[in-house]
Design a protein around this ligand. Structure first.
Ligand SMILES: *[C@@H]1O[C@H](CO)[C@@H](O)[C@H](O)[C@H]1NC(C)=O
Ligand SMILES: *[C@@H]1O[C@H](CO)[C@@H](O)[C@H](O)[C@H]1NC(C)=O
Length: 203
């Protein structure tokens, strides 16, 4: 009895170890994430702002896998979010601004309209890529890609129109704020457009 009793905890310890070892996941799912990371990095390499592209899309690596259509769709969605938020900021600035006859107010009013249109165009572009993602084999694929390109490049044009409208306006905190925010949205738009353009060359 005096010899046998200490064996019980030892046997228990050994079987607990075996249980823990047997419970370890055989292959951690890092390879597909690594692949996806490499895919996002290389796709972003052909955009004008590769670091911004990578940092804004890497969080979706597990969704994107190595699918260029999903990547373009996500980039368009991210862009839509940015354009919407800049657009709503500018329209609240417009409603808060009372000097209705100044050059600055005219530029702000025009910009609010142009960016509201840009948000609609970004939404159309993103949902067109969504159709592509859901039915890649449709004979209309070429048409959808071309629509998505047209609308995303119109977003870029509208953003330019907004900041160009501020050129005759003297320096002011409002002008600096609007141009900085629209300038940032433009980078996202340019990247999304580049990823949509890549769909054409990959087909
Ligand atoms: C990683 O990419 C390689 C080459 O592109 C492919 O053969 C492999 O199946 C991918 N692995 C995973 C886990 O997606
Ligand atoms: C893009 O956004 C739409 C609408 O919010 C959503 O249904 C869709 O799943 C998103 N696409 C991707 C690839 O996340």
């Amino acid at each position: 009895m005096a010899f046998k009793s200490p064996q019980i905890p030892i046997i228990f310890f050994i079987s607990a170890l075996t249980f823990v070892a047997g419970d370890l996941p055989a292959i951690p799912p890092t390879t597909s994430i690594d692949n996806s990371t490499a895919f996002i990095r290389s796709s972003c390499g052909s955009t004008l702002y590769p670091e911004l592209c990578f940092s804004s899309l890497i969080r979706y690596a597990d969704t994107v896998r190595s699918d260029p259509v999903l990547l373009a769709w996500l980039a368009a969605n991210v862009t839509l979010g940015r354009v919407r938020s800049v657009s709503s900021h500018i329209s609240s600035l417009r409603h808060a601004t009372t000097s209705g006859d100044s050059l600055e107010f005219a530029a702000l009013r025009d910009c609010a309209e142009t960016l509201a249109d840009a948000a609609q165009l970004a939404k159309k572009s993103a949902s067109e890529i969504g159709r592509l993602a859901k039915a890649e084999t449709s004979p209309e694929v070429g048409w959808w890609v071309s629509n998505a390109q047209t609308w995303m490049s119109a977003v870029l044009t509208n953003e330019d129109t907004c900041t160009d409208g501020f050129s005759p306006v003297g320096a002011s905190p409002l002008k600096a704020d609007v141009c900085r925010r629209v300038g940032s949205a433009k980078k996202y738009t340019s990247n999304a457009l580049a990823l949509v353009n890549k769909l054409v060359s990959s087909r």
